[in-house]
Design a protein around this ligand. Sequence first.
Ligand SMILES: C[S@@+](CC[C@H](N)C(=O)[O-])C[C@H]1O[C@@H](n2cnc3c(N)ncnc32)[C@H](O)[C@@H]1O
Length: 266
Amino acid sequence: MEGLQVKPEGRYVDATVGEGGHTSAILEKGGYVLGLDRNKEQIMALQKGMNNDHLTLVEGNFADIAKLVPAKDKGNIDGILFDLGLSWAQLKDLGRGLSYRNLDEPLDMRLDQSGELTAEYILNVYSEDELYEVFAKNSEEVKAKEIAESIVNYRTTKRYKKVLDLNNTIDKVMGANAGKTYSRIYQALRIEVNEEFENLKKGLDGALSVLKPGGKIAVISFHSLEDRIVKNFIREKKLKQITKKAIAGDRQLSFERSAHLRIFSS
Ligand SMILES: C[S@@+](CC[C@H](N)C(=O)[O-])C[C@H]1O[C@@H](n2cnc3c(N)ncnc32)[C@H](O)[C@@H]1O
């Protein structure tokens, strides 16, 4: 909130409204918020739970932010926030195989169901090289090759359907040391299914196009490759970084452990 310099009557876009935590903080300071989320369930829950005449909620992908901001507000936005990734509720309850802990869920992973690509499709259809690319490129997984090979082996007799099927394959390669590999493989698939890197690039471009001169953009990323996209964007567009370096999250809190915040202005 400090970095965005939220002020009463200011215009803000919360590009990842989620469960409304950041949005509530902006509303408390008297700002107007356009809250976007591509996950319909998040928007529906907020529509029931949050009532404020400074708040507009829209289901949509932040890649389309330039179209989702009303014409009268274009070029007049004081601050835009991206808090990337998933929320706690989605990991726990969405029922689409986003967490390796929910063994019985289908391997879907779509945040919105308008797209056709699912994790199940990737696991059952992508070639070994394509699977390797997904794990190496999206998560820098060192065992990407071995896991891709093991997936293709599994497919000779069975099809991937549920979280447990994928966990068993990871266990086969990693033995007792599967711990962080689960997180990286699930993250890599989620990024592929939801085109997260491409959306971030489009979202940043769009955000800049609706921002007021001197307006602020804040991005919280949870992944070094996402942070690199933000860093490169700031450099390429010659923007002013307000925080000199990315501010790291609280390492004691599991959810914030890998968080990096960058704030910059036009
Ligand atoms: C970490 S949560 C945000 C939590 C939120 N800041 C809060 O205080 O509750 C990330 C949210 O971004 C949404 N999301 C992810 N990619 C998106 C995209 N391309 N466009 C819009 N929303 C997206 C997810 O559905 C999720 O609800």
